[in-house]
Ligand binder design. Structure first.
Ligand code: SF4
Length: 419
C-alpha cells in the first residue's frame, strides 16, 4: 500500500506526514489493520527497538477538584464513587513509588488533582521528589500538578523532577466543549513553561470523547509542534457519574489506528498507551506494543488496571523486553537535545550527564482520564461540542462497564498497591 510505504519512509526520516496521510490512517479498513500495525512497528523499532518503558502512577491527592473537565472522575460535581484524599506525605508517596519500581517501572509519575499547585504545594511535591530519589536510585520522576505559574517549573526542576506532564487532551476547536474552567491555551502555556525550564515535556491526548478524526489529527500535530518528548494516548474511560459516561465510542481496531497515527506523526517520541488500555484494547493489547513503546504498570489514578504481573507477562509473551533503568529511552538526537537544554535526561542520563535518571511523564494536566484519572487520562464526556457523529458512530462499541473498576487499593488506602 503506497500510503503505508510513504509513512514508514517518512517515519524513518523523522519527517512529518501530511494531515491527509494522518487522516487516511484513521480511515483504513479492518482488512488493512495488520498492515497498518506492521508499518507503525517498523518506525517504532527504528527508534525504540523492542523495549517497553514502564511508568508508575502515584495519585498524591485524589478527587475534589474545582475544575470541570468532563472526562474526569475527580471533576467538580463528579458523582463517581472514587477514592478522595488529600496530599500523601513524602514517605507515603515514596512507599507507593517503591512498589512500582520493584515491579519494573523506571519512571514514577506524581499526580495531584486541582487546577494547579500553590507555591506551598510545589514545595511539598519537591520534598516528595527528593524523598523518592533518595530512596530509589536512578528513578525518573515526572510531576503532573495542573497549570503552572511562573517559576514553578524551575522549582520542580531544582527539586529533582525530570519531566512534567500536562496533556492537551483534544483539539483546540473542541476543547471548550470538554472543559469550561480553563482553556486550551492555558494548557499549551504550561507545556511550554515545562519545556523552557528544561523539564522533559510529556503531553498527550484522550481519544473517544466524541471527537472527529480531524480533531485527533489536530491535537497530535499540535503535540508534534510542542515537541513533547512523551505522548500518552488515553482512551476515554466513560466513568459513571461524569458527563461522558455514555461515550463508548472506541473499538480495539480504532485504538490501534489511533496509536499508529500518533506513531507516524511523532515517530521518535515516547508513545505511551495510557488510561483505558485494558478497557478498550482488551485482548489486542499485545498488538499495540508493536506501535507504542511505553505503558503504565498496574493501576491508574482512580481506576484499576490489570495485575502488574499480567503486564509483565504480556510484554514477554509478545516478544518485547522491559526497558532497564540504565537505558536511555529517547533516541540519541532527542536525549542530547534535552540534555543541552538543561533537561534532566530525557530518559536517562548519558555518562557524566546531568542527572542520571530519566524523565517521562505520567499524566499531564491530569490526563489519565481513561485511567479514571483526574488529570491524565480520563474518560468521560458528552458535552463535547462538535463531536464527531460520523467517526464516533462508525466505530461505536458496546459499553463495557464491566471492565471499569474504581481503584480501591494502593495510595490513599491500607491495601497493597498493584505493581
Ligand atoms: S483533569 Fe485534572 S484539572 Fe481536570 S477535573 Fe480532573 S483533576 Fe481537575
Amino acid at each position: 500500500m503506497d500510503l503505508l510505504n510513504t509513512l514508514v519512509e517518512k517515519g524513518l526520516r523523522r519527517e512529518s506526514p501530511t494531515r491527509e496521510e494522518a487522516l487516511a490512517v484513521l480511515a483504513t479498513s479492518d482488512d488493512e489493520l495488520l498492515d497498518v500495525v506492521a508499518a507503525a512497528g517498523k518506525v517504532r523499532r527504528q527508534w525504540f527497538g523492542r523495549r517497553v518503558k514502564l511508568n508508575y502512577l502515584v495519585n498524591l491527592k485524589s478527587g475534589l477538584c474545582p475544575e470541570d473537565c468532563s472526562y474526569c472522575s475527580q471533576r467538580l460535581g463528579s458523582k463517581a464513587d472514587i477514592l478522595k484524599y488529600t496530599w500523601l506525605k513524602p514517605g507515603e508517596a515514596s512507599e507507593a513509588a517503591a512498589a512500582g519500581i520493584a515491579g519494573g517501572a523506571k519512571r514514577v509519575c506524581l499526580v495531584a488533582s486541582g487546577r494547579g499547585p500553590t507555591d506551598r504545594d510545589v514545595e511539598r511535591v519537591g520534598r516528595t521528589i527528593e524523598t523518592i530519589k533518595e530512596q530509589n536510585e536512578g528513578v525518573e520522576v515526572c510531576a503532573c500538578l495542573g497549570l503552572l505559574s511562573d517559576g514553578q517549573a524551575e522549582r520542580l526542576k531544582s527539586a529533582g523532577a525530570d519531566a512534567y506532564n500536562h496533556n492537551l487532551n483534544t483539539s483546540e476547536a473542541t476543547y471548550g466543549g470538554i472543559t469550561k474552567t480553563h482553556t486550551y491555551a492555558d494548557r499549551v502555556d504550561t507545556v511550554q513553561k515545562a519545556h523552557a525550564a528544561g523539564l522533559s515535556a510529556c503531553s498527550g491526548l484522550i481519544a473517544g470523547m466524541g471527537e472527529a478524526d480531524e480533531d485527533l489529527v489536530d491535537v497530535v500535530f499540535a503535540l508534534r509542534e510542542l515537541d513533547s518528548d512523551s505522548v500518552p494516548v488515553n482512551f476515554l474511560i466513560p466513568f459513571e457519574g461524569t458527563p461522558l459516561a455514555k461515550e463508548w465510542n472506541l473499538t480495539p481496531q480504532r485504538c490501534l489506528r489511533i496509536l499508529a497515527m500518533v506513531r507516524f506523526v511523532c515517530p521518535d517520541v515516547e508513545v505511551r498507551i495510557a488510561g483505558g488500555r485494558e478497557v478498550h484494547l482488551r485482548s489486542m493489547q499485545p498488538l499495540a506494543l508493536h506501535i507504542a513503546n511505553s505503558i503504565f504498570l498496574g493501576d491508574y489514578l482512580t481506576s484499576e488496571g490489570q495485575a502488574g504481573r499480567a503486564d509483565l507477562d504480556m510484554i514477554a509473551d509478545a516478544g518485547f523486553e522491559v526497558e532497564g533503568a540504565g537505558t536511555t529511552t529517547l533516541p540519541a538526537h532527542r536525549a542530547d537535545a534535552l540534555a543541552a537544554a538543561g533537561g534532566g535526561c530525557g530518559s536517562h542520563a548519558p555518562a557524566g550527564g546531568g542527572c542520571g535518571s530519566e524523565a517521562s511523564a505520567g499524566c499531564g494536566g491530569h490526563t489519565d482520564a481513561a485511567a479514571g484519572g483526574g488529570c491524565g487520562p480520563c474518560g468521560g464526556h458528552a458535552e463535547a461540542p462538535a463531536a464527531a457523529p460520523a467517526a464516533a458512530s462508525a466505530s461505536a462499541s458496546e459499553a463495557r462497564t464491566d471492565l471499569v473498576a474504581v481503584r480501591r487499593r494502593g495510595a490513599g488506602t491500607d491495601l497493597a498497591p498493584n505493581a
